[in-house]
Write a protein of this length. Structure first.
Lengths: 846, 669
C-alpha cells in the first residue's frame, strides 16, 4: 500500500492526497473485480509499469532536498534507533504503532487547513510539495489530466505490479512520518482520555455535519470517520459507527453504482464526470470498508447489537445498493440470534424487505428467502421459530399476467427519470462540444443496455421468474421442516422422555405458512404433502400405534389437520385426496386436549375449519362428533365449551337427521345403525355409535354457571321441537374461533371491569342462629374456669403487677440517691471555684 | 361529685407522678402486645420454626398500629381512627363512698404482704436493689455528715427539680392548676385504708343480700383499684396489698355484677337495646348509671391489662352477660370492640371463640357499631391471614367462619362491602394479567388474596340460598377462573386445588354446573418421579402451600399428594351430580384420564385409590344409564330431569352412591 500512496502523491494534480480507505489488508482493497479488471486491461497495467519512474523519483528527492541514498541511509538509521527505544518502553498508542497501515498514517487535511491526524506533519510536508507540483502540472493541460485521472484508479489498485524502488521510497517516507508522529504522540499522551473522547466526538460531529451539508465535496471525510472507528475506545467506535450509519443513510444514491467498463475508461470525460466518478468510487470503497468493519464487529459480543442494528438500518434504507448480499447474509444469520432484541430487529427488517419490494425489485426477497432456506438446512431445523415466521409476510401475486400492462405503463416513466440522471453523468461534455455528439449516440446504446440492469421495474417475465424462485425456495424450506419433524418423530418414538416441546421449533410457523400459501402449492406436491401431514397428525391404524408415541403435541397435530384442509379447500377441493383420516384425528384429539397446555385457539380453529366450514357431513360421522363435542363441553371451560356448542349446533342444523339425538326415543336414538350402543371412548367416529345416544349433556349444560353457555344449550335443545327444516332463532353468528376468543380468559380479563352494582337484597335480619360455624366449633365457649386454677392465675397476675410496681419504685429511689451522690462532686467543684475566686479576689484586693 | 373527684385524682396523678405515668404508658403498650405474642408463640413452638418470628412481629405491629397502609394488597377497608373517648376520658369511674361503710383491720395483714412475693420473678432483683439503695443512702448520709453545707445544696436542687416538673405540667393544664391542692387533699381522705380480706368478704355479703347497699359503691371502687393495679400510681391502688383480696374482689364483682345490675334496673335477661335506651330516661338510671359505667370501664381496663388467655376468656364470658349494658355507651363499646377484635385474632381458640361471641353480641345489639366491627375484623382477618402455616390453618379457618357470621348479620350491608372488596380483587387480577410482571403477580399469588377470595366464597355459600346474589357469584367465579388461568403449571397445583375446592363449594350452594375436571388435568397427569428418594421425608401438605417449592416438584410425595387431592376434589364434583341424568357424560373424560393414569402409574400406593374411584364411577354410571334407558322424556324436559334426580336419590340401590364419594377422601388418608 505504501507504494501506491507514494506514487499517487505525484499523480494527483487537482485533488489533494486522498485515498480510498484500505483499512484491513490488501485483500480488502484488491477485490476480485479489481483483479479481473486488471486482467482485462493489461494495456493499462503495462502503461502503469512504464511510467516515468525517474521523474517521480525526482519529485520525491526534491521534496527531501537531498541525495537519495543519503536520505535513505539516514532514515534507516533513525528508524533503527527509534525501534530500540520503543522496545524498551511499553507501547502507549496502538494507533500509532508500527503496524498501522500506511494509508491510515497518511495525512488528512480538514477544511480549515488544520491537520487533524497524529502523523500530520508529514502530510503538511507533502501537501506543500504537492501544491508546488500541481502548479507546474496544471500547465500540461486538461486532456492529460483526464487520462491521468483515469489511470490513477488503476494505479492505486496495482501496487502488486509496482517496482521495488517505490517500495523503498515509501519506506523512507513512512519512517519520516513516524518520526514526526513520535513527537506528536508524546504530546498526545498528555491529553487525558476524556479529552480525547470529547475531541473525537466533536470531530465526528463536525465531519458528519459537513458530510451531510455537501457530500460531494467532503466525500473524502468518510475515511476519517472510518479511521475513528478503529479507535481503541469502544465508545468512540460505537459513536463512529453510528455517525457513519447516519451519513450513509443520507448519501447513498438511489441507484446501484456500477463498475466502469474499459471502454468508458478510455473515453475522455469532462471534469464533472470525473468528479462524479471519483465520488462514487470513494463512496463505494468507504461503504465496503464500513460493512467489513460491521461484519467483523458483529461477532464481538460488545458490538454485535450495534452492528446488527446498523446493518438492519442499511438494509432497510438501501436494499438496492451495492453489497446488499453481504448485509443480507449476516442479517439472515441473526434471525435466530439468541438475543431477543437482535432477533426482533432482524425480523422486522426482513419483513419490511418482503413487504416493500419496490425498493429492490424483489431481488432481495429471493436472496433472503434462499439465505434463510440455507440457514434452515445448515442448522438442521433447530432454529428459533421467528426465522421462519418472517415468511408469513411474503407476498405473491396471484396472477402475474394481469400486472403486465401496468408494469409496462410504469416503465417508460421510470426510464426517463433514470436517463435524466445518467445522461449528464455520462456525457456532460456533449452539451458544450458538438464534436462529442457522436459519442452520445454511441453511448446511448450502452446506457440503454445498462438501464435494464439498473432500473427498478422488471418486466413481468422477470418478475414471475423471481416469484417462482422465491416460492420454490419457500416451499423447499417448508417441506424440509416437515420432513425433518417426521424423521424426528419417528426416531424418537422409541426414545422415552424427550420433552415434546422445542424439538421441532419451526413446525408451528411452518404449518401456519403452509396454511397461508396453500393456494400456491403446486398440485404435484399435493399428494405428498397431504400424506406427510397425515403422518404428522399422528394418524396410525389405530390398532397398532399408541397415541403417546407421537411426539408432536396436540396443537401441532391439530394444525396439521387444519393445513391439510386449507390446502385441499384452496385448490377448489378438486383434489382427490381422502381427508377422512383427518376427521378421525380430530375426533381423537378432542379428547386429548388440555387447557393451558394446548392452545385452545388452535382447537377452535380446527373445529371451525374441519366441521364448521365443511359442507354436509356424513351423518354417522356428524353424529359421532356431535356427541363427542357435547361431552367435551361438560368438562372444559366456557370458552372451549362455547366453541364446541357452536360447532355442534351447526352440525345439527346441517344434518337434520341428527336432531333425533335431542330426543329420547325408546332404546336411545332412533336411527341406531351398525353400532347399537354408544361407546364414549371410541377411536373411530364410524364405530362410536353416536347416533344411538341422546344428548343428555345439554340438560346439564343448561345449568352451566356461564350464562352464555347455558343459553346456548337451551337454544340447541329448542331445536328438538322444530321441523327438520326450521332452525332456532340464532343467538350468535360467531364461528367457533370467534366464540372462543370472545370467552377466553385473556379477553375477559382485559375487558373493562363492569361495575358491580350494589345488590338489592331483601331486607332480612338474621336471627341468632349461626350460619357458618358448626355447633361443634362453638363448644367450650362458656369458659367457667375452675375456681382454683383461676384463683391461682389471678394471684400470679397480681404478683407480677406488684413486683413490677415495686421494682419501679425502687429503681426511682435508687436513681434519686445516685444522682444525689453525683451532685456532691459538682457541689465540690463549685465550692472550689468559689474558693479560688475568693482567693483571687483576696489576692487582687491585697 | 364522683365525676369531679375522679377528675381531680387524675390531675393529681399527672402532676405529681409524671415519670411513673410515662413508664406506665410504656408498660401498658407492652401488656397490650403480650397476649398476642403469647398466642403466636405457641404456634411457633409447635412448628419449631424460628423463622416465623419476624413476620409475626410484623403482624403484631400492623395490628397494634392499626396501620392499614402497611398491608400488602390494599384490600382492606378504610377505618376512621378518630377515637371517641368522650364519655371515657372525663371519668375514671371513681365513686364517692358512704362513710358508714366500714373498713376492717385484718390480723393476717402481715403475711399477706409476704405471700405475693412467692412466685415473683422480679423478687430477687428487687432485693438486690433494696440493698443497693441502702448502701448508697449510707454513702449519701456520710457525705452529708461530712459537709453540712451540701445538705442545703441538695435540698435546693431537689426543690428546683420539683418546680421544673410542675412548670412543665402547668403548661399542659394551666386552667386546672388552681384547684390542684384541693384535689390531693380530697383524694387522700378515705382511700389510704388498706383493704383487708375481711372487709371485702363483709362487703360481698352485704351486697349479695341487698344490692342497693352502699357497700356496692365501695366494692366497685375496690374493683376499680384492682383493675388499675399496677397501672395507676394513685395511692388508692396501694390499698390492695394481698393477692387474696385482689382475687376476691375481681371474681365476686365479675360474677355477680350482672345480676346485681339487672336487679337494680329491674330488667329481665333478654332485653334489647331499645329497652336500655328507654331506661336512660328513667329516674333510677341516674343513680345506677355511674355504677354501671364504672363497672364497664374498669372491666375494659382489666381486659387490656390481662395477659393470661384463660382469665381473659373468663372475664369475657362474664362480661358477655352484661353486653346489653354496653349499648348505653357507644364509645365505650367501640373501645371494647377494638380490644375484642385484637383478642379474637390471637391464637388461642377458646379466647378467640369467647371474644367472637362477645363481638357478635355487641354487633347485633349495636347496629351503629356494626360498621366498625365489620371493617376492623375484616382488616384484622387479612392481617392475620398473611402467612399460613400448618399451625394456623385451623385458626384462620375459624376466623373466616367468624367473619362470615358477622357479615351474615346484616346481609344488605355486607353485600356492599363484598362488592367493593371483590371489585378490588378483580382490579388486582386484571392488573396482574395485563402486565404479567412479577410484582403484580405477587399481589395475586399470596395468601391474603386467596384467603380473601375464600372468605367471599364462603359468604356466598352461606347466603346464596336466601338472597339473590347471582352477580356477586359470577364475579367471584370469574376471579377464581382468572387466578387459575394466570398461574398454570405444576408448581401452582396447590393453589389450583384450593380454587377448585372453592368452585365445588359454590357449585353445591348454587346448584349450578361448574366444569371442574379441566382444571384438574395437571394433577392427573402421570409424571415420572425421580427415582432417587430424597433423604429428608418432607411431607407435602397442600393446605399450607400455594406454590410447590422447586425441589419438591419431582418428588414422589408431591406426585402422590397431587393425585390424592385431585381424587378428593373430583369425588366432591361427582358427588354433586351423581344422580343427574347426564352423569355418565360428566364422568366420561375424567374417567378416561383416570384409566390412563391407572395404567401408567408406577406407584403402587396410588393404584388402589384410583382403581376404587374408577370402579365406583363405573358403577354409578351403570346405575344412571340403566335408569335412563327406562325413561321416555327428552333432555329438554327440565322438570322431568329434576324428578329423575329425586327418583334416583330415593331409590335404595343408588342411595349408597353419594355415600361413597363422601367416604373416599377419608379412606384415602
Amino acid at each position: 500500500m505504501g507504494k501506491s500512496s507514494s506514487k499517487k502523491k505525484k499523480d494527483k494534480v487537482i485533488l489533494p492526497p486522498q485515498l480510498p480507505p484500505e483499512v484491513d489488508d490488501d485483500d480488502v482493497v484488491v477485490s476480485d473485480e479489481d483483479v479481473e479488471f486488471f486482467r482485462g486491461n493489461e494495456g493499462h497495467a503495462r502503461a502503469l509499469a512504464t511510467l516515468d519512474r525517474k521523474s517521480i523519483d525526482s519529485y520525491v528527492t526534491r521534496v527531501a532536498h537531498h541525495d537519495e541514498d543519503e536520505v535513505e541511509r539516514l532514515y534507516e538509521e533513525r528508524e533503527r534507533r527509534r525501534k530500540a527505544v520503543e522496545a524498551l518502553r511499553p507501547k502507549n498508542h496502538d494507533d500509532d504503532d508500527f503496524e498501522v497501515d500506511r494509508v491510515d498514517a497518511l495525512p488528512v487535511k480538514t477544511l480549515q487547513g488544520e491537520l487533524v491526524y497524529n502523523n500530520a506533519k508529514k502530510a503538511r510536508f507533502d501537501d506543500s510539495s504537492n501544491n508546488v507540483e500541481s502548479k507546474s502540472e496544471d500547465k500540461v493541460g486538461n486532456s492529460k489530466q483526464t487520462i491521468q485521472k483515469g489511470e490513477r484508479k488503476e494505479k492505486s489498485k496495482s501496487k502488486k505490479g509496482d517496482g521495488k524502488l517505490q517500495n523503498v521510497q515509501a519506506q523512507t517516507e513512512a519512517s519520516n512520518g513516524k518520526l514526526q508522529s513520535k513527537v506528536l504522540e508524546e504530546v498526545k499522551e498528555e491529553l487525558s482520555a476524556e479529552e480525547l473522547f470529547e475531541k473525537k466526538k466533536a470531530q465526528l460531529a463536525e465531519i458528519g455535519m459537513s458530510m451531510l451539508e455537501d457530500p460531494e465535496s467532503h466525500i473524502r471525510s468518510l475515511n476519517d470517520m472510518l479511521n475513528i472507528c478503529n479507535d481503541k475506545d469502544q465508545k468512540v467506535v460505537k459513536l463512529g459507527l453510528m455517525s457513519l450509519l447516519a451519513v450513509f443513510r443520507d448519501i447513498i444514491p438511489s441507484y446501484r453504482i456500477r463498475q466502469l467498463t474499459e471502454k468508458e475508461l478510455t473515453v475522455e470525460v469532462s471534469k464533472d464526470v470525473k468528479k462524479m466518478r471519483y465520488y462514487e468510487y470513494t463512496l463505494l470503497r468507504s461503504y465496503k470498508a464500513y460493512l467489513q468493519k460491521l461484519i467483523s464487529l458483529e461477532k464481538q459480543p460488545n458490538f454485535s447489537a450495534l452492528a446488527v442494528r446498523c446493518m438492519c438500518t442499511l438494509l432497510d434504507t438501501a436494499p438496492h445498493f451495492n453489497f446488499r448480499e453481504s448485509i443480507l447474509a449476516s442479517v439472515a444469520r441473526n434471525l435466530s440470534s439468541p438475543d431477543d432484541a437482535v432477533r426482533k430487529m432482524c425480523c422486522e427488517t426482513i419483513r419490511s424487505l418482503f413487504v416493500d419490494e419496490g425498493k429492490h425489485r424483489g431481488e432481495a426477497t429471493i436472496e433472503a428467502v434462499r439465505l434463510i432456506a440455507d440457514h434452515v438446512k445448515l442448522n438442521d431445523c433447530q432454529l428459533h421459530p421467528d426465522s421462519i415466521e418472517v415468511f408469513l409476510s411474503l407476498r405473491f401475486d396471484d396472477d402475474l399476467g394481469k400486472d403486465d400492462r401496468e408494469e409496462e405503463k410504469g416503465k417508460p416513466k421510470k426510464n426517463k427519470r433514470r436517463q435524466n440522471q445518467e445522461v449528464p453523468k455520462q456525457l456532460p461534455v456533449s452539451d458544450n462540444k458538438k464534436a462529442k455528439q457522436e459519442l452520445i449516440s454511441k453511448a446511448r446504446e450502452e446506457v440503454d443496455a445498462e438501464l435494464r440492469s439498473v432500473s427498478f421495474t422488471l418486466d413481468p417475465k422477470e418478475r414471475r421468474r423471481i416469484q417462482k424462485e422465491t416460492l420454490s425456495a419457500l416451499f423447499e424450506t417448508y417441506f424440509r421442516i416437515l420432513k425433518h419433524s417426521m424423521s424426528i418423530s419417528n426416531s424418537r418414538g422409541k426414545v422415552i422422555n424427550v420433552s415434546p416441546d422445542g424439538s421441532h421449533p419451526l413446525l408451528a410457523p411452518c404449518l401456519e405458512g403452509l396454511g397461508k400459501f396453500s393456494h400456491l402449492i403446486d398440485l404435484d406436491f399435493m399428494g405428498e404433502l397431504v400424506a406427510c401431514l397425515k403422518k404428522l397428525s399422528g394418524y396410525t391404524d389405530h390398532h397398532s400405534g399408541i397415541v403417546h408415541d407421537n411426539t408432536l403435541n396436540v396443537s401441532e397435530r391439530l394444525q396439521c389437520c387444519i393445513v391439510a384442509f386449507k390446502v385441499w379447500r384452496s385448490n377448489l377441493e378438486a383434489l382427490n385426496v381422502d381427508l377422512q383420516d383427518f376427521f378421525v384425528q380430530l375426533f381423537n384429539l378432542i379428547l386429548e386436549y388440555w387447557p393451558d397446555r394446548d392452545r385452545g385457539e388452535v382447537l377452535a380453529d380446527a373445529l371451525k375449519t374441519l366441521l364448521w366450514e365443511g359442507k354436509q357431513q356424513d351423518m354417522i360421522r356428524a353424529a359421532a362428533f356431535i356427541k363427542r363435542l357435547a361431552t367435551f363441553a361438560l368438562s372444559f371451560g366456557s370458552a372451549e365449551a362455547m366453541a364446541a356448542l357452536i360447532t355442534l349446533k351447526h352440525l345439527l342444523q346441517k344434518n337434520s337427521k341428527c336432531r333425533n339425538m335431542l330426543e329420547n326415543d325408546s332404546g336411545g336414538g332412533s336411527l341406531s345403525c351398525l353400532v347399537a350402543k354408544y361407546d364414549p371412548e371410541a377411536k373411530d367416529p364410524y364405530l362410536s355409535g353416536g347416533l344411538a345416544s341422546v344428548l343428555w349433556e345439554l340438560s346439564l349444560l343448561q345449568k352451566h354457571y356461564d350464562s352464555s353457555v347455558s343459553s346456548m344449550a337451551s337454544n340447541i335443545l329448542s331445536m328438538a321441537n322444530l321441523n327438520p327444516t326450521q332452525n332456532p332463532v340464532p343467538i350468535s353468528n360467531a364461528n367457533p374461533l370467534e366464540a372462543y376468543r370472545d370467552l377466553s380468559m385473556e379477553r375477559k380479563l382485559s375487558k373493562p371491569a363492569n361495575k358491580l352494582l350494589p345488590l338489592n337484597c331483601r331486607k332480612k335480619r338474621r336471627g341468632k342462629e349461626f350460619v357458618a360455624l358448626s355447633p361443634a366449633a362453638l363448644e367450650g365457649s362458656d369458659c367457667v374456669a375452675g375456681g382454683d386454677e383461676l384463683k391461682e392465675k389471678l394471684k400470679n397476675h397480681f404478683a407480677v403487677l406488684r413486683g413490677i410496681s415495686e421494682n419501679e419504685r425502687l429503681r426511682a429511689e435508687l436513681n434519686h440517691t445516685l444522682s444525689s451522690i453525683n451532685l456532691y462532686k459538682e457541689y465540690k467543684k463549685q465550692k472550689k471555684s468559689r474558693k479560688s475566686k475568693a482567693v483571687k479576689k483576696k489576692v487582687s484586693r491585697a | 361529685m364522683a365525676k369531679k373527684l375522679g377528675k381531680k385524682a387524675r390531675k393529681f396523678a399527672r402532676k405529681h407522678l409524671q415519670s411513673a405515668a410515662k413508664r406506665n404508658r410504656k408498660q401498658r403498650s407492652q401488656f397490650a402486645r403480650r397476649p398476642r405474642r403469647g398466642g403466636n408463640g405457641r404456634g411457633n413452638e409447635r412448628d419449631g420454626d424460628g423463622d416465623d418470628e419476624m413476620p409475626q412481629r410484623a403482624i403484631d405491629n400492623v395490628m397494634n398500629n392499626g396501620d392499614a397502609a402497611a398491608l400488602v394488597n390494599g384490600l382492606e377497608f378504610p377505618e376512621d381512627e378518630c377515637e371517641l373517648n368522650s364519655d371515657l376520658s372525663d371519668s375514671d369511674g371513681y365513686l364517692s363512698e358512704d362513710s358508714e361503710c366500714l373498713y376492717y383491720s385484718d390480723s393476717e395483714d402481715g403475711n399477706a404482704v409476704n405471700d405475693c412475693f412467692v412466685q415473683d420473678g422480679l423478687d430477687g432483683e428487687n432485693d438486690k436493689m433494696n440493698t443497693e439503695i441502702k448502701k448508697q443512702k449510707k454513702k449519701l448520709n456520710k457525705l452529708m455528715d461530712k459537709d453540712p453545707e451540701f445538705a442545703n445544696y441538695l435540698e435546693k436542687w431537689q426543690s428546683e427539680l420539683k418546680s421544673d416538673g410542675s412548670k412543665e405540667d402547668s403548661d399542659e393544664d394551666e386552667m386546672d392548676s388552681v384547684d390542684n391542692d384541693a384535689d390531693s387533699s380530697d383524694e387522700n381522705l378515705s382511700n389510704d385504708k388498706i383493704l383487708t380480706r375481711k372487709t371485702i368478704s363483709e362487703w360481698c355479703q352485704l351486697v349479695a343480700k341487698e344490692p342497693k347497699a352502699p357497700s356496692l359503691r365501695s366494692l366497685l371502687n375496690a374493683y376499680r383499684d384492682a383493675c388499675r393495679f399496677g397501672v395507676s400510681k394513685s395511692p388508692s391502688v396501694q390499698r390492695i396489698q394481698s393477692t387474696e383480696v385482689f382475687h376476691q374482689i375481681i371474681t365476686f364483682v365479675l360474677s355477680e355484677a350482672d345480676n346485681i345490675f339487672h336487679a337494680l334496673l329491674e330488667i329481665s335477661d333478654d332485653v334489647n337495646k331499645g329497652k336500655i335506651m328507654n331506661l336512660r330516661s328513667a329516674k333510677k338510671w341516674k343513680t345506677i348509671e355511674p355504677l354501671v359505667k364504672s363497672y364497664l370501664q374498669n372491666s375494659l381496663d382489666l381486659l387490656s391489662q390481662l395477659t393470661d388467655n384463660q382469665i381473659l376468656a373468663f372475664v369475657l364470658t362474664r362480661l358477655r352477660a352484661s353486653a346489653v349494658l354496653f349499648s348505653a355507651y357507644p364509645s365505650t363499646s367501640r373501645r371494647l370492640l377494638k380490644i375484642l377484635i385484637r383478642l379474637w385474632a390471637s391464637g388461642d381458640h377458646n379466647l378467640s371463640l369467647s371474644s367472637f361471641l362477645m363481638i357478635r353480641e355487641v354487633a347485633s345489639l349495636l347496629p351503629e357499631c356494626l360498621d366498625l366491627c365489620l371493617n376492623k375484623s375484616y382488616n384484622t382477618y387479612l392481617a392475620s391471614s398473611k402467612l399460613v402455616n400448618e399451625g394456623n390453618i385451623k385458626h384462620i379457618d375459624f376466623l373466616m367462619d367468624c367473619l362470615v357470621e358477622l357479615y351474615s348479620l346484616d346481609v344488605q350491608k355486607s353485600c356492599e362491602r363484598a362488592t367493593t372488596s371483590i371489585g378490588q380483587l378483580n382490579a388486582i387480577l386484571r392488573q396482574a394479567c395485563k402486565t404479567k410482571e412479577k410484582e403484580d403477580l405477587r399481589k395475586v399469588d399470596n395468601w391474603q388474596y386467596i384467603n380473601c377470595v375464600n372468605l367471599w366464597v364462603r359468604f356466598l355459600c352461606c347466603n346464596y340460598k336466601d338472597y339473590n346474589m347471582h352477580p356477586l357469584l359470577s364475579s367471584v367465579v370469574q376471579i377464581i377462573r382468572g387466578v387459575a388461568h394466570l398461574f398454570p403449571g405444576t408448581r401452582y397445583l396447590p393453589l389450583r386445588l384450593r380454587l377448585v375446592q372453592m368452585l365445588n363449594e359454590l357449585s353445591s350452594c348454587s346448584q349450578m354446573f361448574f366444569p371442574i375436571p379441566s382444571l384438574l388435568f395437571d394433577c392427573l397427569e402421570f409424571r415420572d418421579t425421580s427415582q432417587k428418594e430424597q433423604g429428608q421425608k418432607a411431607k407435602v401438605n397442600f393446605s399450607s402451600l400455594l406454590k410447590v417449592p422447586k425441589n419438591m416438584l419431582k418428588s414422589r410425595d408431591f406426585h402422590e399428594e397431587c393425585i390424592l387431592s385431585a381424587i378428593d376434589v373430583l369425588s366432591a364434583h361427582f358427588a354433586q351430580w351423581c344422580y343427574h341424568v347426564s352423569f355418565p357424560e360428566v364422568a366420561t373424560i375424567p374417567l378416561i384420564l383416570l384409566k390412563r393414569l391407572h395404567e401408567q402409574t408406577t406407584i403402587e400406593s396410588l393404584r388402589r385409590p384410583i382403581k376404587r374411584l374408577i370402579d365406583q364411577v363405573d358403577e354409578n354410571k351403570n346405575i344412571v344409564e340403566r335408569k335412563r334407558d327406562g325413561v321416555s322424556f327428552s333432555p329438554n324436559d327440565t322438570t322431568s330431569v329434576e324428578s329423575f334426580v329425586q327418583d334416583l336419590q330415593a331409590e335404595k340401590s343408588s342411595a349408597k352412591i353419594s355415600q361413597f364419594y363422601k367416604i373416599v377422601p377419608k379412606k384415602l388418608r
